[in-house]
Design a protein around this ligand. Structure first.
Ligand code: MN
Length: 301
């Protein structure tokens, strides 16, 4: 998933630098199409904000009552993809031979490193979730590809607010997902009228995305459709439920490197992108076992 049917995003540099202190910037989503009529709200990268820590891509899709998703084989390099569902199920296949159906509460965490290709399909039925990419730092961006499925994740309940740890560590609980830079990814279940204080690492920058309902934070009522960038320097975040809400809290150490996003690649130079594109066209990522259809073609350079 998260391959754009109209892949026009070439994103390098630009965007605001990581804020030194606490801020509240509203980053409005733009609508993107995955094909098959599936529209998504794209929250990263946006012109105003390219990344939060190493989180460099964020799509919020659904809820839709019925989605027949068929994202044909497509390649990734230099990143990790993260699939997290709130509703429905999606089956992942990749060039390593992985075949894994994911359901709400479970985590698919794929490290592309030097290169992998995958497929994501759903058989109809409701669908609601997010897909994220993590940019790999220079020292690790050519690691061997890997696929992790985590059926169970650490979950803490604090003042009736449920906190599931997708990435990094919260309240002494660490996600099993393999990360290559200081990163935080939390799913929050915030019932109406529940209120809690989350302890944060002030050296990280953070952002909050409400995916359903309404949550009160930083003096505002937050709803789906925008990413709320919170900057650095916060050692806590107070949250309360306005309506039963669900949210994602993303954090990480600001990434000093400039990265180039083109189609499904995270690279550093245009030559690297051209080389990955050639390799894909030549079948150099290998076949995705168990998938019959044609692969996606990369857009022209
Ligand atoms: Mn993908």
């Amino acid at each position: 998933m998260a391959t754009d049917a109209r892949p026009r995003h070439v994103m390098r540099g630009g965007g605001s630098p990581p804020a030194d202190g606490p801020v509240h910037e509203v980053v409005e989503a733009r609508t993107a199409s995955l094909g098959d009529g599936m529209e998504v709200r794209r929250l990263l990268p946006r012109r105003a904000r390219r990344r939060v820590g190493a989180w460099c891509f964020l799509d919020h899709f659904g809820p839709v009552p019925s989605a027949r998703l068929d994202v044909a084989p497509h390649p990734h390099i230099g990143l990790q993809t993260v699939t997290w569902l709130l509703e429905g199920e999606v089956t992942h296949l990749d060039t390593l031979g992985s075949r894994q159906t994911i359901r709400p509460g479970q985590l698919n965490w794929m490290t592309a490193g030097e290169g992998i290709a995958h497929v994501e399909v759903s058989q109809g039925g409701p669908l609601h979730g997010v897909q994220l990419w993590v940019a790999l730092p220079e020292a690790h961006r050519h690691v061997a590809p890997a696929f992790e499925h985590h059926a169970y994740l650490p979950r803490v309940v604090q003042d009736d607010v449920g906190v599931t740890v997708l990435a990094g560590t919260f309240a002494g609980h660490t996600s099993p997902a393999r990360t290559y830079s200081p990163l935080l990814g939390l799913h929050l279940d915030v019932p109406a009228r529940a209120a809690t204080r989350l302890t944060l690492d002030p050296t990280h920058e953070h952002a909050l995305l409400v995916v359903s309902g309404a949550v009160s934070a930083v003096g505002a009522t937050l709803r789906p459709g925008a990413l709320h960038y919170l900057g650095r320097g916060r050692d806590h975040l107070d949250l309360s439920g306005v309506e039963d809400g669900r949210a994602m809290l993303l954090g990480g150490a600001p990434m000093a490197e400039d990265v180039l996003l083109w189609w499904n690649f995270v690279a550093r130079t245009g030559d690297e992108v051209a080389e990955a594109r050639r390799r894909w066209a030549a079948g150099g990522f290998g076949p995705v076992p168990g998938y019959d259809g044609d692969p996606l073609e990369a857009p022209p350079l």
